[in-house]
Design a protein around this ligand. Structure first.
Ligand code: NAD
Length: 297
């Protein structure tokens, strides 16, 4: 049994913390949201009154917070009573610079750190089937494996500190672009008079095949488990996809990398969120196209 301090009990953090508890670990947790703390209490986790109390004496500290700013605010406080040599794993999706600051600041205090962002959504967090992309030393990765296996199915050591976040940002840029591409293709197919189910059947076994189409199609009636069939509720929010596309844009500028399609996808998601659709699953981006009128030239 490991004493774990878990900070951030939102859509992802709560089910991840529950899996750790079910595996027999002692999970001392904290979230600024009182509703999340009540839910944690009801689930048998051990709510603490502050970050300080959740961290005190913990062998491992895990964070699952919205952004880099939150991670640095929470973990950067000078007075945090980390146990000597404690292991700190940040599972949030954050920007490259904040991730570097996370490793540097905590490393100076003698703590062992990993960036370990995830893919697989809320369903994957509840089922323990997340993919973890991990940045840190070989020794730190080896030390974390057993705990990460409680929460995930695919645990991949991406490389040195920061490599996990780099992989996550690139992956989500790809997912955002391909969801938009699938939406455009489905929309055009319908405008050309094709039955979406026929087009789905054809493209799923042709060169247009991709995860956004075959596992997560944005058109209702094609993939039973996809959020499109539940009014785009749940899933991965468009505003989080916009956040990740912005992280990719920042990283592309900083590394002098062309990312034209990533930038275009970010603009479309920004318009979608500005239209009040930010909480809907990111496959709802197809609605941006559906509203367009046929051109009259
Ligand atoms: P969320 O908004 O549901 O949860 C974040 C939690 O952090 C909230 O409960 C919030 O109250 C808490 N929080 C904020 N500031 C805090 C502070 N100072 N101290 C303690 N708690 C604080 O977000 P989420 O969907 O759980 O996502 C968390 C991270 O995981 C994000 O970086 C997101 O991009 C990433 N992610 C999300 C998904 C998904 O499907 N939702 C998938 C993969 C990765």
């Amino acid at each position: 049994m490991t004493a774990i301090g878990f900070i951030g009990l939102g859509n992802m953090g709560f089910p991840m913390a529950c899996r750790l508890k079910e595996a027999g670990h002692e999970v001392r947790c904290f979230d600024v949201n009182t509703g999340s703390m009540e839910r944690a209490h009801d689930a048998g986790l051990q709510p603490r009154a502050s970050v300080q109390e959740a961290v005190a004496g913990a062998e491992v500290v895990i964070t699952m917070l919205p952004s880099g700013r939150h991670v640095l605010e929470v973990l950067g406080a000078e007075a945090l009573p980390f146990a000597p040599g404690a292991f700190v794993i940040d599972c949030s999706t954050i920007d490259v610079e904040s991730c570097a600051a996370f490793h540097a600041t905590l490393g100076e205090r003698g703590l062992v750190t990993l960036d370990a962002p995830v893919s697989g959504g809320v369903g994957g967090a509840a089922a323990g089937t997340l993919t973890f992309m991990v940045g840190g030393t070989e020794a730190a990765f080896a030390r974390a494996l057993e705990l990460l296996r409680v929460m995930g199915k695919n645990i991949i050591h991406a490389g040195a500190p920061g490599a996990g976040q780099a992989a996550k940002i690139c992956n989500n840029m790809l997912a955002g672009i391909s969801m938009l591409a699938v939406s455009e293709a489905l929309h055009l197919a319908k405008r050309l008079g094709l039955d979406p189910k026929k087009f789905f059947e054809i493209a799923s076994t042709s060169s247009g095949q991709c995860w956004a189409l075959t596992s997560y199609a944005p058109e209702p009636g094609l993939v039973p488990a996809a959020p499109a069939n539940r009014g785009y509720e749940g899933g991965f929010a468009s505003e989080l996809m916009l956040k990740d596309l912005r992280l990719a844009e920042q990283a592309a500028v900083a590394s002098h990398s062309p990312a034209l399609l990533g930038a275009a996808a970010a603009s479309v998601y920004a318009m979608h969120c500005a239209a009040g659709k930010g909480r809907l699953d990111f496959s709802s981006i197809i609605q941006m196209l559906g509203a367009a009128q046929p051109a009259r030239i």
